[in-house]
Structure formats: structure tokens, C-alpha cells
Design a binder for this molecule. Structure first.
Ligand code: ADP
Ligand code: MG
Length: 603
């Protein structure tokens, strides 16, 4: 293993490297730096996130450009604003002793004229997102006709995000004889195509296997029913008291919902997704970096810029649609030489995807059980004991010691310890004592996703609901609506059949109480939405005429008092009903596993 000195970097850079505390080059740096320093060549470098790619192209670029010239000589393209800013920041740090160096970031969502002004002052290196770069080229605010080095960073991500045209366009404004250095974590076919198109006989380096996950990350999966996903997430968090995690959801909506729910349940969580303003995103990221937020719930796109080194866990709340995306998710942990865990919460219907991921990342998953309540109580208790053991005494307490001692005069050490720990322990104990086992066995077990009986024979209940296509529902909309107001999972509502003015749907029997309880007084603009158990399990017209009072009149469509105004998709209505459903939900749940979690004392 060589040193940075042996790689041939100049003293200015070596000094900055010492300041940064980098001791030895990472593998990709060791491989790429000598090649880029010693020859004028194109390069394709494949390495996982967190392996130090920025410095692998950054140091050679800084070494090679002429800081005495004000001409733009280096262009680095990266997929997101966050990454763009990170790279700019890193480059400035690497080049802090290179006198006259000017690195400028160009990205959307910020004043284009300010950026143009900075470029005008003489930027030897521009770090840009493709969209804004293209914009500035067409407005003649930048001149990249004398570029000598161009970098495509996170090339796979840029292509994933649809920047292919922009990149082609941008590169057409650069000289033919420049060098192009492409860095990517994975090598899908499109990246190979781009490499072929823009590069001439590039040298290739690979760190680890293509698409492979780093060995610093262990992979675990947890098999649960999809409706238990959220409970599982909470348990995984509680079972790891010092967790600092990114939770990945598939959609912006789920991301927001999971984050909100976590916050409501007393976790320090935040959401990161594309529906937030840039300002909001910056704030969330700032809190996460400062560790004020312990759990960041994010979409794949929004999380692309995350470069936080201490993430202990990545939790896949849902698996990504594209299996390759898993590599990117799990690469958020195990960075900079640390170890990390990537956890996947799966339902039975998704479990085969685990096998495909294993093939891609060339690593095995370990199937683990969601810890039960008492295990969590124990972990929390021992974590507290350790914390206390390692706490430095604050002697400001000394002056109160006499009175405290008086109070505990008659207590033995044992008693005192028990009391002291009970303060914390009881919160968790009360919360978890009646909690159920969330695990599903591979061969059937509690799982219902795999073997659901769609004939509706045994374990599902069929309901009648007095809304239908007249109210703007089709089966998908009704399913979404029910899932949302009842806070159920994707597969919890099934066999939805929408008629003109009423509809039918099924849930598992266990959900019956919850469903009926929720709809006892659920109103939309003065009109009750009525749900009853239907006798016809297959989905015909007959309903169970249990005594549900006069509201039954609504059903036939005749009783639709406000039918002109029954937009059930109405946002404020949804929000209101969301809020309404929560207390009821925990009320109806004897095991109180849905109740808010005990507040965690701030660390
Ligand atoms: P990548 O682009 O491959 O995802 P980065 O370039 O963002 O990785 O580097 C990840 C982290 O590792 C950064 O915080 C960076 O400062 C740090 N790092 C890079 N090279 C080294 C090194 N040689 N020694 C220690 N830390 C390093
Ligand atoms: Mg990078």
C-alpha cells in the first residue's frame, strides 16, 4: 500500500491531505491517481459510494490545471445539487494551498446571474449539474471550449435521472482532445454506451466487483406482513438505541407519512423528498448532519446527494423497484472505513427479490427476526446502564448531594439501582409488554400476503361501503382511500369492487373491529360514510342487515344528501380524517402496540 507522496502528488496537495487527516490513499485513489497523473488518458473507474472517488479525480485535476490561468480547464458533472456542492467543497479543501485556485459550483435553484458572475471572475474548475450547465451554455454565461479534463461523476445516477441528452449536449461544446474521466458505482449498459460514445480507448479500473456492495456492509432481511411494516421499523430502531439511519421508501407520499408518524411517535426523524422546497431539504440535511435527526426517511432520488459518513443503518422500508438501486441505498452506510448494516423489511410476496439482489451485490443476506418486546426492553436497559457507566460525573451535583442522600437514606444500593433504572425501563416495558410477534415464517406461518384466500372463505371479511363510482371512485381510488384513512398497508384492502353508488371490499378478519370502529362516525361534508359487514363474501349485492340505524338509508344512492359535493379525494378531508383515526386506532388495540412510543430522552 503506497502513500499519497508515493502517488506523486505535489506539496500543496500533500499539505491539504495532512490537514484533512487522510492517512493513506483508498483503493480507487491508489489505482486512479497514478494513471491520471502520468498520462493524458480517458478513464472509466468503477467503485462503490464512499470509497473516495472525489479525491481520486480531484487530486489529479488540481495537480494538472494551471492556477495562474483564469481559463476554465476542468468540468465536473454530477447528478444533484447536493453532490455538486459537496464536490465543490471537497475540491476547495483539497486545493486550499493552491494559490489562485477558483472552483465554482453551478446548479439549479439558485441565482444564475450570481453563478455567472463567479465564473467570470475566472474559474479554473466548474462543478455542475447537467441541467443548469446546459442552460448557462446556451446563454453564453460559461465558456467550456478550452476544457482539458471533464469528469462524469456518478455516471450511472446521471443516466438514471435522464441526463443523457444534456450530457451529450454539454460535451459537444468541449474540445475533442480533452480527457474524460467517468466515475460510477455500477456499470449498467447505458454507462458502457456513454463510455463508448465519448471516450477513446479509456483505461479501466474496478474496485471490488462491478455492482458489488462493499464488504463493510452486512445485509439483513426481516420477513413481516406488509401491514406490520411500520411496527417493524419502530422495533428495529428501538433495538438499536444509537442508530443513525436512513430509511428508504418508494414514494414521496410514503416517505412523508413514515417520517410524520415517527415524529408523532417520539422519534427524532425527518423527511427528505422532492416535494420539499430546496430550503426545507437543506434544513433537514443540516439537522441530520448535526445528528439532531436520528432517522432520515428519504426517497431514492432525494437521497442521492447524501454523503454523511457515520450512518449506522440503512433500512429499506420498501424495496426499490429497480434492484440495482439497492446498491446505492446500502452504500449510504459503511462509508469511510466504518461498518454498517443494511436492513430490508419484506413481505412474503417480495422475498424472492432478495435472491436477485444477492446475485447482483454478490453478498448473502442474513434472515433475522424482528426483536420481540422484551428483547428491546433489555437492549434499551443495557444501553442506558452502559451510558451511565461511561458518564463523567458533573460535580455541580455535589452541592445537592446532601438532600438527595437524605431522601434515599433508607434505600440500599440495589433498591436505588432498581428505582433509577425503572424510570426509563418502565416506559419501554409498558409499551412493549403485550406486543405481538411480528415475524412471519418462510413456510407460511403468520403471513397472509402469499397465501391470501381471494375466494374469501375463511379469514377475510367483506364489507359494504356506501360510496361508489358516482363519488368519483374506481377500485384503485377506493383502495387508496381506504388504505389512507385506515392507515393500512398495500395488501390489506383487497377484492375492491366499485358499483354505482356503493362498493365492496375485503380485509383480514383481524382488521374488522378497526374498520367498523373507524367508520362509525366518519363524515364527509355532513354525510356519514357507512361501512357494514357484507354477507355476500364473493361480492354480490346483499348486505348484512345488522342494525346500523338510519344511516343505512344512504346506501341505495337515494340517501345521498350531498352527492354533488362528495369529492372524497379532497385533501383537507383526508388530513382531518387521518388525524381522527389515530386515537381511535390505539384505543381499539388492546396490545397497545400502536400507541405512541415512550419519548426518548434527548441525547
Ligand atoms: P465517493 O465519491 O466514492 O462516494 P467520497 O469521495 O465522497 O466518496 O468520499 C467519502 C468520504 O471519505 C469523504 O468524507 C472523504 O472526505 C473521505 N475520504 C476520501 N478519501 C479518503 C482517504 N484516503 N482517507 C480517509 N478518508 C477519505
Ligand atoms: Mg462521489
Amino acid at each position: 500500500m503506497s502513500t499519497f507522496q508515493e502517488l506523486g502528488l505535489n506539496d500543496d496537495l500533500l499539505q491539504a491531505i495532512t490537514d484533512l487527516g487522510f492517512i493513506k490513499p483508498s483503493e480507487v485513489q491508489e489505482k486512479a491517481i497514478p494513471i491520471l497523473l502520468d498520462s493524458e488518458t480517458d478513464l472509466v473507474a468503477l467503485a462503490q459510494t464512499g470509497t473516495g472517488k472525489t479525491a481520486a479525480f480531484g487530486f489529479p485535476m488540481l495537480e494538472k490545471i494551471d492556477v495562474n490561468s483564469r481559463t476554465t480547464q476542468g468540468l465536473i458533472l454530477s447528478p444533484t445539487r447536493e453532490l455538486c456542492l459537496q464536490i465543490t467543497n471537497e475540491m476547495k479543501q483539497y486545493g486550499k494551498y493552491c494559490k489562485g485556485l477558483n472552483v465554482v459550483a453551478i446548479y439549479g435553484g439558485s441565482s444564475i446571474t450570481d453563478q455567472a458572475r463567479e465564473v467570470k471572475r475566472g474559474a479554473q474548475i466548474i462543478v455542475a449539474t447537467p441541467g443548469r450547465m446546459k442552460d448557462m451554455i446556451s446563454r453564453r454565461m460559461v465558456d467550456i471550449s478550452k476544457i482539458q479534463y471533464s469528469v462524469l461523476d456518478e455516471a450511472d445516477e446521471m443516466l438514471n435521472m435522464g441526463f443523457k441528452e444534456d450530457i451529450t449536449d454539454i460535451l459537444s461544446h468541449t474540445p475533442e482532445d480533452k480527457n474524460t474521466w467517468l466515475f460510477s458505482a455500477t456499470m449498467p449498459r447505458e454507462v458502457a454506451t456513454i463510455a463508448k460514445k465519448f471516450m477513446s480507448t479509456p483505461q479501466e479500473i474496478t474496485v471490488g466487483n462491478k455492482n458489488e456492495s462493499t464488504s463493510n456492509v452486512s445485509h439483513e432481511y426481516y420477513l413481516v406482513n406488509s401491514r406490520d411494516r411500520y411496527q417493524a421499523l419502530k422495533r428495529l430502531s428501538d433495538a438499536n438505541p444509537d442508530i443513525f439511519s436512513v430509511v428508504f421508501c418508494r414514494t414521496k407520499r410514503d416517505t412523508q407519512k413514515v417520517a410524520e408518524q415517527l415524529i408523532e411517535d417520539g422519534y427524532s426523524a425527518g423527511a427528505l423528498h422532492g416535494d420539499l422546497s430546496q430550503n426545507q431539504r437543506d434544513l433537514v440535511m443540516k439537522s441530520f448532519r448535526n445528528k439532531q435527526i436520528q432517522t432520515l426517511v428519504a426517497t431514492d432520488v432525494a437521497a442521492r446527494g447524501i454523503d454523511v459518513d457515520d450512518i449506522t443503518h440503512v433500512i429499506n422500508y420498501q424495496l426499490p423497484d429497480e434492484i440495482e438501486t439497492y446498491t446505492h441505498r446500502s452504500g449510504r452506510t459503511g462509508r469511510a472505513g466504518k461498518t454498517g448494516v443494511s436492513m430490508v423489511i419484506v413481505s412474503k410476496s417480495e422475498v424472492r427479490k432478495i435472491k436477485s439482489i444477492e446475485r447482483i451485490i454478490k453478498r448473502q443476506f442474513e434472515k433475522k427476526d424482528i426483536p420481540d418486546g422484551m428483547q428491546i426492553c433489555e437492549v434499551q436497559l443495557m444501553s442506558l446502564a452502559n451510558k451511565i457507566h461511561n458518564t463523567e460525573v458533573n460535580h455541580e451535583i455535589d452541592k445537592y448531594l446532601t438532600s438527595i442522600n437524605e431522601l434515599f437514606e433508607d434505600s440500599t444500593k440495589d433498591e436505588l439501582i432498581k428505582k433509577f433504572f425503572s424510570v426509563e425501563f418502565t416506559r419501554f416495558y409498558n409499551y412493549y409488554q403485550k406486543s405481538k410477534n411480528l415475524n412471519v415464517s418462510d413456510d407460511g406461518g403468520r403471513d397472509r400476503d402469499g397465501g391470501r384466500d381471494f375466494g374469501g372463505k375463511s379469514n377475510s371479511t367483506r364489507y359494504f361501503i356506501n360510496v361508489g363510482s358516482k363519488d368519483g371512485f374506481d377500485w384503485m381510488k377506493l383502495k387508496d382511500f381506504l388504505k389512507e384513512v385506515l392507515e393500512l398497508g398495500r395488501d390489506d384492502v383487497f377484492k375492491v369492487e366499485v358499483k354505482d353508488s356503493f362498493s365492496f371490499f375485503n380485509t383480514e378478519n383481524e382488521l374488522k373491529e378497526k374498520v367498523l370502529a373507524f367508520f362509525t362516525d366518519y363524515k364527509h361534508e355532513g354525510r356519514f360514510v357507512n361501512v357494514e359487514v357484507s354477507e355476500n363474501r364473493g361480492g354480490g349485492g346483499r348486505r348484512n342487515d345488522r342494525n346500523r340505524g338510519k344511516r343505512r338509508d344512504d346506501r341505495k344512492g337515494g340517501g345521498r344528501r350531498d352527492d354533488r359535493n362528495s369529492g372524497f379525494g379532497n385533501r383537507s378531508e383526508r388530513r382531518r380524517s387521518d388525524g381522527d383515526s389515530r386515537p381511535r386506532r390505539s384505543d381499539s388495540n388492546s396490545g397497545n402496540s400502536n400507541a405512541s412510543r415512550p419519548r426518548r430522552s434527548r441525547r
